[in-house]
Design a protein around this ligand. Sequence first.
Ligand SMILES: [Zn+2]
Length: 422
Amino acid sequence: MGADPIVGLGSSFILPYELRTYLDDYGINTLAQAINHDTGLWFTAEELDLCDVWSLQWSTYIKGLEYNRIGLNEEPDTLLWSTGNYEGPISAAKSYECLVKNNIRDVHNQDCIQLWSLKIPLKIICFIWLLDKDRILTWDHLQSRGYYGPSRCVLCKKATEDCGHLFLMCPFVNNIFSHFSICLGSIICPHSTVHSFLEYWFASTAISDPIRYTPIFIFWHLWLLRNQCIFENCIPLASALIIKIEYILALFPVPQYKKKIRLIGPQPIHVYPVGYFDGAAQRNLGGAGFVIYISETHYYCFSVGCGNGSNTRTELLALWSLLRTVILMGLPIKMIFGDSMVVISWVKRRSALNIPTLKHWCDEIFAMLHFVPSVTFNHIFREHNILADELSKKALSLDMGSGYYSEYLDGKHIGDGQFALF
Ligand SMILES: [Zn+2]
């Protein structure tokens, strides 16, 4: 009696010792005994004949029980709404109704409302929401679930990885924030948790202010980079990340326009001859696709089977195939575009691609670059790489190294054929 009925208090009690002793003498030492079975309600202070001080303590305790809908009856236990005016069983429809009408206590939290009103892709909002709740699967959380791993922050390799370190206190992250400090002002002021930071940030920026989005994109891209470092052996480069975030922010429309947000730029300007490549990996099959434009109206489409493998492998093989074909054709290619940031930043030597099974292909690509000295490599968003994307998907059914091509001139299909490339 007097312990917290929901979470317990160990050896502590909410009600003081003297009151518990008094109730004990009264024959009440469990919650079940504190119910007046005639009325079905908790005993009142008057019914128990409590003095003023104990009366207040007892009333507060009973109010707590009532507020948390704790009651004792003969019925079997059921799940009920803890707040709001809803009755009946829990259902998805009622949950949604409750959420949109702000009838749940936690939803009154201003941070939540601010976060869900951001005009950015939902996946980023969901990520930030989880981050705010410290529910991102950083190493500390993985280890608490029994996973074994390095536990070290992959960005600085100096501290153990948790949300506070990875997103706020890591020296690598400090570099990023310092770069954006001119527009972010006092954002550098220390926060130990992302929750306290977001609380501060939403309180100090206006909904319509585009600056409000800067740390959101920093957090999102930090998480993507951290995953690339772990799963694709990328080397974290602050300068490359800053360029990426600046690029996204430059494209970002002012929220009050309420336009449909598309985080992609215009179609890139290219110089002929130009190549576009893409890789596809589905159900353990891989395909490479690429397009070589001799001019605006004269181009070749290629699909090459890649056997099995990951997305990175097919992207790399697509680039290899494009370079090999260009060299075989003797084309003085000027520009190559790909939507894989991993492969493009690797070929530009901005990051590493330490995957042992791909080393052979990596070495060959660098060797081939000597034959195409004037080529530049450029990242594009996949929305601008649709043709290569389609070609790579068509290649999924082809044997490894074999492919077919089609030639187009002035909108007409003028030839095709098959070939074996590797
Ligand atoms: Zn770190």
